[in-house]
Ligand binder design. Sequence first.
Ligand SMILES: [Zn+2]
Length: 73
Amino acid sequence: MAKYRCPCCRKISPNTLDLARHFIGQTNSVHKNWLKAKGLSYAQLIRWQVTEFGNKGYDALAEALDKEAAKVE
Ligand SMILES: [Zn+2]
């Protein structure tokens, strides 16, 4: 099954939800700027995670990563 590579570093994840968790754990500007370029806000994603039921922040990010992250075998 294909794996996904973080568009900002060399991290490889088995799925985009795991990659989203990795992404939220990064506070450096490379990851934050990528989010901004995709029309997402780091602060907004964190707020969703904290205030919304379920995994709204991770889910929104995973959806973006589904389209954008390079797949590797
Ligand atoms: Zn990364």
